[in-house]
Design a protein around this ligand. Structure first.
Ligand code: NAD
Length: 289
């Protein structure tokens, strides 16, 4: 069987180009450029790389990005005040709190997310946006990774309606929102996680397998039925190399389609962040410079 490689890089380039054009139009109308505040607490190396990519993409399309760095020992109250300030700032259209937070703050993650003004919640993580997405409100701000996966499926003409989809990983940022959206698209969805007893029992029968665990090479050829579509969300660094959740090589000639890591879901997540920022900006009816 020929395995189609679902390139997120190719599609993300088109999306970014389109975003750049939209922003040029705002500029022509004399409007100020959209702006995104990215808060990074601590110095987690992976987060540093993700945040750098987000700033690069903003620069590429003409979004003003604010690089807000806070030391790992910043208190909950200080971060809360920072978010509140950004909520009030008329010149800020989007607010992103880079996750995960340092260990000492991790249990406060949801509390901090809830403080973000839903109108500036470019990640779609606030209860308002998450809820709107889950109940299928059209135009709800959707988490970037989920939106990116949908764009990818659409671009490559992969329809999920009526399909058996298995989502592996049930985090608030990937697995859970993805499962909700797939249900709204009439897929039959099974969600697996760390306590799932026999992962392959579920994955073996799926038409579409989407893995978002961060466990390198968790998903192997024998766990997936021939002809299935495999979407790999995982990004982990092993011996300096970026790998996904899926044993990519073993899927060639077995899966009908697969996303590579890197170059699959990752670039689309960034492209969707740009789209969400433009969306938030547009909804705020920015006038003048
Ligand atoms: P997380 O640690 O919050 O959640 C991991 C999930 O995987 C949990 O639900 C856990 O129960 C499940 N899990 C862990 N080990 C498992 C196992 N052995 N079997 C079955 N389920 C298991 O992680 P996250 O923030 O959701 O991220 C997951 C991965 O996706 C990471 O590698 C992250 O870097 C990557 N990620 C990539 C993008 C992207 O743009 N491509 C975006 C977000 C996250």
């Amino acid at each position: 069987m020929e395995t189609k490689i679902l390139s997120g890089r190719e599609l993300s380039k088109k999306i970014l180009e389109n975003s750049r054009k939209k922003i040029k139009e705002f500029e022509k109308k004399g409007l100020r450029n959209p702006s995104l505040a990215v808060i990074l607490v601590g110095d987690d190396p992976a987060s540093e790389i993700y945040v750098a990519r987000k700033h690069e993409a903003c620069k590429e399309v003409g979004i003003n990005s604010l690089d807000i760095r806070l030391p790992a020992n910043t208190s909950f109250e200080e971060i809360r005040e920072k978010i509140k300030m950004l909520n009030e700032d008329e010149n800020v259209d989007g607010i992103l709190l880079q996750l995960p937070l340092p260990r000492s703050l991790r249990e406060k993650t949801l509390e901090l997310i809830r403080i973000i003004n839903p109108e500036k919640d470019v990640d779609g993580f606030t209860p308002f946006n998450f809820g709107s997405m889950a109940i299928g409100i059209e135009g709800a701000i959707m988490p970037c990774t989920v939106k990116g996966i949908l764009e990818l499926l659409r671009y490559y003409d992969i329809n999920v309606e009526g399909k058996d989809c298995v989502v592996i990983g049930a985090s608030n940022i990937a697995g859970k929102p993805l499962a909700n959206v797939l249900i709204n698209l009439f897929a039959t969805v099974t969600v697996c996680h760390i306590k799932t007893r026999c992962l392959s029992k579920h994955t073996k029968h799926a038409d579409i397998v989407i893995s978002a665990t961060g466990v390198p090479h968790l998903i192997k050829r024998e766990m997936v039925k021939e002809g299935a579509v495999v979407i790999d969300v995982g990004i982990t660094r092993v011996n300096g190399k970026v790998v996904g959740d899926v044993d990519f090589e073993s899927m060639i000639g077995h899966a009908s389609a697969i996303t590579p890591v890197p170059g699959g879901v990752g670039p689309l997540t960034i492209a969707m962040l740009i789209e969400n920022t433009i969306d938030c900006y547009t909804r705020r009816n920015v006038t003048g410079k």
